[in-house]
Design a protein around this ligand. Structure first.
Ligand SMILES: Cc1ncc(COP(=O)(O)O)c(C=O)c1O
Length: 408
């Protein structure tokens, strides 16, 4: 399959040079099919979902629910009731941190997070712990960037029932390592502890089957999987979604309302208060169709691995280079590489690369505690998608060498 031609943004020139987009872990580009549906729904079906009898509303509702069905199939959720639309990964995690903790977390209890978490899977738990008089426990990563299933087992045994939930990332947005989530979930379940998986990066690099993972919650964003911004998903097991209180109150999430008492809508609408971003939700259908096609294409997948191996080898040849996240099994590294180069500030490197038409991320990449663990406050991150090419990787390495020489 020809991947580049379906993403019109890749035709852009930046400062007169062809764009090399290596910031896919932050936001992926959108395929033409998503842009077309976005445009069509805004023009033809701009009516509020689930509310009116008129045709525009009915078409908008159908498109919204088709988006939900596309998500359900993509992650193999058992039913549509398990797929809650939110505004993104951050909102999904905040929903669970608020509702689960209000119901199940008490004074003296703990939430366990890993050291590799994005701030989105850390700060919401800190806030919830503060409200409930509970505390955070941190599962460390080792020098390679890996989590230990045995260490989780030890922590859970030592906690004697005080750990009420484990929140862990499927793939760190800094280290690019696929964590052993299935094993982590199995261990946590032996202690009766539910697990939330932050799937912001996992959803696009792994084939996610929430029933096989057996996780209790799985959170991800649309914009990292070729859908628009402002839409995301919380997958939850029915038991938890039933037992947790609603997140926000308002229209759509109710069954009946009186001044004395309100009852709530059945799942998933109980968690979808107010007018939703239905155009973006509907776009999950073409976005995930694109994602599936790209993931199932053996040539593109082989090329991704070739680009990863090329970059790891070539970057490793640059003097003063340090790469973060080097798993013992190299196949557990996705084509996402965070690095520092001695004598060159990450922001300066990113700025020079931008002038050469190359988009990379720099800074703390929303993972300050993890960077601190490796003695850094800032890194450069190059993250690839199936539409990137080996020729772009070659240009990137040459440009990076030039940038490093300019700064040292
Ligand atoms: C691992 C991880 N978790 C959470 C998030 C937050 O996603 P969003 O900003 O779309 O809510 C990101 C975004 O980069 C991420 O990489």
């Amino acid at each position: 399959m020809e991947a580049r031609s379906i993403f019109p943004a890749l035709d852009r020139q930046i400062y007169g040079k062809p764009l090399i987009y290596f910031d896919n872990a932050a936001t992926a580009q959108r395929p033409q099919a998503v842009l077309d549906l976005q445009q069509r729904l805004c023009v033809e079906a701009c009516g509020n979902i689930h509310r009116a009898i008129h045709r525009l509303s009915a078409e908008a509702t159908d498109a919204y629910e088709a988006g939900r069905e596309a998500v359900r199939r993509f992650i193999n959720a058992p039913a549509r009731e398990n797929v809650v639309f939110t505004s993104g990964t951050t909102a999904s995690i905040n929903l669970v941190a608020t509702c689960f903790c209000e119901r199940f977390l008490g004074a003296g209890d703990r939430i366990l997070v890993s050291e590799a978490e994005h701030h989105s899977n850390l700060v919401p738990w800190q806030l919830a712990c503060g409200r409930q008089g509970a505390s955070l426990e941190v599962l460390p990563v080792d020098e390679a960037g890996e989590l230990s299933v045995e260490e989780l087992d030890r922590r859970l045994a030592a906690a004697e029932g005080r750990i009420k939930l484990v929140a862990v990332t499927h793939i760190s947005n800094v280290l690019g390592i696929v964590n052993p989530v299935r094993e982590l979930v199995a261990v946590a379940h032996r202690y009766g502890v539910p697990v939330l998986v932050d799937g912001a990066q996992g959803i696009i690099h792994e084939t996610v089957d929430v029933q096989a993972l057996d996780c209790d919650f799985y959170a991800f964003s649309g914009h990292k999987v070729y859908a628009p911004t402002g839409i995301g998903v919380l997958y939850g097991k029915t038991r938890w979604l039933d037992e947790m209180p609603p997140f926000m109150g308002g229209g759509e999430m109710i069954d009946t309302v009186s001044f004395e008492k309100t009852t709530y809508a059945p799942l998933p609408l109980k968690y979808e208060a107010g007018t939703q971003n239905f155009v973006a939700a509907a776009c999950f259908a073409p976005a995930l169709e694109t994602a599936r096609a790209l993931m199932d294409d053996p040539v593109l997948q082989e090329n991704l691995l070739a680009m990863r191996d090329f970059l790891l080898a070539e970057l490793g040849r640059i003097e003063g280079m340090r790469i973060y996240g080097c798993p013992r099994d190299p196949q557990r590294k996705i084509p996402l590489i965070s690095f520092t180069v001695a004598g060159a500030f990450p922001a300066d490197l990113a700025q020079i690369l931008d002038k050469m038409g190359i988009a990379v991320r720099s800074g703390h990449v929303c993972a300050e505690p993890l960077l601190r663990r490796f003695g850094q406050t800032s890194v450069v991150r190059a993250s690839l998608a199936p539409y990137n090419t080996l020729a772009e990787c070659e240009s990137f390495v040459a440009a990076l060498r030039r940038a490093v020489n300019m700064l040292r």
